[in-house]
Design a protein around this ligand. Structure first.
Ligand SMILES: Cc1cc2nc3c(=O)[nH]c(=O)nc-3n(C[C@H](O)[C@H](O)[C@H](O)COP(=O)(O)O)c2cc1C
Length: 398
């Protein structure tokens, strides 16, 4: 049995990833911002959901096949964009692409990925989605859209929740700046993770931001390309007109990632966006944001029943995925869960993370009496059951 095979849940993969990485790198994945209230909010939002099972429903044949944005996937979840994944494990984005293809789930490659969208597409084909950050030079963001068109990608997402950089205190404390600040404690700690250190130096330090290389001068080093990226994003001058311009340029399905306010959801849908990814960026942007789970019902009411709503932030269990679907999401993305897998075990690690979540989704569906995704809904939530019973009892007393 390989080491990865011994992982029983996502937390096991997280521990393996933590062992592999120096603290400075693991903290970059794990950290939130400031007091990390957002991280705890995301975790507790799911821990507080209670599902009430129904019995004597035939669940002997269960299916988690999901339709999303005109595509059919084998599960109701996909992989969220995580920038610089190649710094945690060489070629991580290629493993994520390959695993997404094999599991038939979407992988939304990050606008700050190390592999290029062209390389990801070779492995993932139609399972590759692409995420765009608005850039100060608008021609870059429109060129990224053009490249996605040329590849025939089905779906892109524009991330809206990074108008400015966030206050990631773990990174600042650890010296996670470019070039990595190698203080004596950092070096000593890194030496406890020799496999990562060897791989890091063998690939010449922080890897290239593959999608941005062509916008920098020919022969630019990874650091120079990263400088260009950092000079271009975040861009606090992005406004709805930019979304309109991308919408006009992009013929495929388009999501906005990071919408939290119902009014923003209404505006986005009014502009012809095909779906909303409700997300607080995994607690990495504004520490005082609510959990996406808390905003989901309001956003659903704002956009109506037909607009696809996706959700991420805090998913660590199949039961979290089922709960999100019961609460009104149509699809879910996982950020850290699959990144732990990629970091801990490359392709095998991502496949393991996906299979853990698939198995857990399947078992929860069996437990609550839902043979397929159409059977899921608020009627499994304790709050709904309680409200329905109270209404019934009040009616009976009248
Ligand atoms: C290491 C890391 C890098 C990320 N990079 C990006 C990114 O480049 N673009 C983006 O839209 N979101 C990015 N995110 C946010 C994820 O797409 C996603 O919203 C978040 O991870 C979901 O929360 P979870 O990690 O609790 O599942 C990143 C998240 C992590 C953990």
């Amino acid at each position: 049995m390989s080491r990865i095979d011994s992982a029983i849940n996502i937390d096991d993969l997280k521990r393996m990833a933590k062992r592999k990485l120096p603290k400075i790198m693991f903290d970059f994945i794990e950290g939130g911002v400031e007091d990390e209230v957002g991280l705890r909010t995301n975790a507790s939002a799911f821990r507080e959901v209670r599902l009430v099972p129904r019995y004597y429903v035939d669940t002997s044949k269960r299916s988690q096949v999901s339709q999303m944005l005109g595509q059919t996937f084998d599960s109701p979840f996909g992989i969220a964009p995580t920038g610089m994944a190649g710094a945690f494990r060489k070629d991580a984005e290629l493993f994520l692409s390959q695993a997404a293809k094999e599991a038939n789930i979407p992988y939304m490659m990050s606008g700050a990925s190390n592999a290029s969208m062209e390389a990801g597409h070779k492995l993932a084909g139609n399972n590759l989605w692409y995420q765009i950050y608005g850039a100060k030079n608008r021609s870059f963001q429109l060129d990224l859209v053009k490249r996605a068109i040329d590849l025939g990608l089905k779906t892109i997402a524009v991330t809206c929740d990074v108008p400015v950089s966030s206050n990631r205190e773990r990174n600042r404390r650890n010296g996670f700046v470019r070039p990595l600040k190698m203080t004596l404690p950092t070096i000593l700690e890194a030496m406890l993770h020799p496999a990562w250190v060897i791989e890091y130096y063998r690939q010449g330090g922080l890897p290239m931001l593959g999608n941005w290389q062509r916008y920098a001068a020919q022969g630019s080093t990874p650091d120079q390309v990263a400088d260009l990226f950092a000079a271009q994003t975040p861009d606090a001058s992005q406004v709805w007109d930019d979304i309109e311009a991308i919408r006009a340029a992009w013929p495929g399905k388009m999501l906005i990632k990071g919408i939290m306010h119902p009014e923003d959801a209404r505006i986005a849908v009014g502009m012809g966006v095909d779906g909303i990814l409700v997300s607080n960026h995994g607690g990495r942007q504004l520490d005082s944001m609510p959990s996406p789970v808390d905003m989901l019902p309001m956003i659903r009411s704002a956009v109506g029943p037909d607009v696809p709503l996706l959700l991420d932030s805090g998913i660590r269990r199949g039961s979290d995925i089922v709960a999100a679907l019961c609460m009104g999401a149509d699809f879910v993305l996982t950020g850290r869960a699959t990144l732990y897998g990629a970091t801990a075990g490359g392709l095998e690690g991502v496949k393991k993370a996906v299979s853990i979540l698939q198995r857990e989704v399947d078992l929860v569906m069996g437990q609550i009496g839902a043979p397929n995704l159409d059977a899921l809904g608020p009627h499994f939530l304790l709050d709904t059951v309680r409200a329905d019973e109270e209404r019934r009892n009040t009616g009976a007393r009248r």
